[in-house]
Design a protein around this ligand. Sequence first.
Ligand SMILES: Nc1ncnc2c1ncn2[C@@H]1O[C@H](COP(=O)(O)OP(=O)(O)OP(=O)(O)O)[C@@H](O)[C@H]1O
Length: 563
Amino acid sequence: MTSTTVDTPESSLSAEIALPWLARQSQHGKLCRRLYLTALADTPLAILQAGALALLAARLLGEGALLPPALALITLLAVRAGAAALRARFTAGVAADITCTVRNQLAAMLLRGRAARLSSGEASTTLLEQAEAVGRYHAGFALQRRVASLATLLFLIVAFATDWIVGLIFLLTAPLVPVFMTLVGTGAQQAADRQLESLRFLGGYFLDRLRGILTLRAFGREHAEQQAVAAASEEFRRRTMKVLRIAFLTSAVLELFAALSVALVALYVGLHLLNLMSFGPGQLLDFRTGLFLLLLAPEFYQPLRQLAAGYHERAAAQSAAEILAPLLQEQTGEQQASASALGSAPAICMDTVTFRYPDSEQPTIIHLDANLPAGHCLVIRGDSGTGKTTLLKLIAGLLLPDAGQIRHDDQLLRPLAAEPGRLAWAGQHPWFIHGTVADNLRQAAPEANDAALHQVLARCALSDLPLGLDTPLDENGGGLSGGQGRRLGLARALLSPASLLLLDEPTAELDPATEAHIIQTLREEKGQRTIVIATHSPACAALADQSLWLGEPPPESGGQPDA
Ligand SMILES: Nc1ncnc2c1ncn2[C@@H]1O[C@H](COP(=O)(O)OP(=O)(O)OP(=O)(O)O)[C@@H](O)[C@H]1O
């Protein structure tokens, strides 16, 4: 059997393992099987079609009824066209299914904040382009590789059974395809890697500039940035063209191989039919058999040509898998660690927790220990940049410690998505949906009635909003002042039924009267929920049942952290 499996020397083992692993996540195994069967069905249909056409031509030139081979030919053509249409449909279905599965898993991972190492642009490129490359690879090249192996074997059996010299021509020329693909493999992979790198850069760069467009205008940088985006786009175009050039070159050279091989078979058959050659089984060759072999030749190379045409899909998917596989495997590990949901207010235990951002040389949190009983309030203090927000994210499970453990109620921290509503977060820069104040509050409690919404607004000193619950908001909180936006974020957290509240600077930039109002609200929450607050405010710090200093301890604490 002529194997068409291609493994370039630079193949990364992790990527090769990851690609089938990703495909197995797909729920639609049935669709994959149907695709495989319709793809396989083409080979026997092609052989029968060549046989029927040769018989019809022989009868046209000689004797015999024309109707049976003509009917058989028409039926085979129709069945083959139907199988091809079904195959195209199943291919699209399988590719979409795998892409969707990969996207869902990535999205879940992003929602849980496991993408600290990915910029927004990279994350969007990963979600859109790379997930699609993996889907295309599994429905295209990976499947065609298996189909081409079996089809090649079947054609060889038929060719050897009909005329061993034609069988030998097929056998000797078929390996040219995998050999050539191996030769172009290194170049194709490098080009695909560079294209992907360029796309990721362009995605991140463009998104960042779009976000900061007002700032860029304020500093008169629009033109310079426009040129920089154009340069990045041009680089991406150049790299894409290189990938396409390799893809076209591969296809063109393989077309040439296939044409030469078909010509060789035609020469052999023609010389024998004209009695210009007198060796091998060809001496006994009649017109019908000769035509059958001639028609079989292009069909023999067809699956291999299709394989070669999709070779760049493999390079693109392999580049994508290098990035996707570690992310998704990390997620599986987390899923296995997850267990049952927590009940009411959790106790929190931090055991020698250490955390370092991937880009930083020094850890932000080093060997941190703390024990917070259920329903208590922990206040985290420290100078700016000492890691208060980072610690809140660690407690939320949005970041994972590099060493040590964080436990909620003696159980290892579970992913947020596994227990929606377990905790509520009010950050320094709350995110809002485009809608009204009521729409945003109901993100936390969809069933809450207007009275409950008014009550929570009052508790957060927001009773005087111009249009009350109908005040319109945009994504950045436009429609409210910065302080009102932060308090609305707090109101949303308080409205949720979460048993753990994580609050980042809830009283920052408030006048003393409003701060006292908010502190009173938070005091009322103590006991019912476990609360962790990061703050610079001494008044807010008075809420603490326990406090934790990050960085240099203040002089009044006697030089000791007061955890
Ligand atoms: N995504 C990130 N990647 C790399 N470093 C980060 C990231 N986020 C924060 N840092 C760094 O980690 C350190 C702690 O940041 P963090 O936001 O936790 O500080 P903080 O104590 O909450 O500060 P502040 O009081 O100003 O809000 C800072 O030095 C910051 O530059």
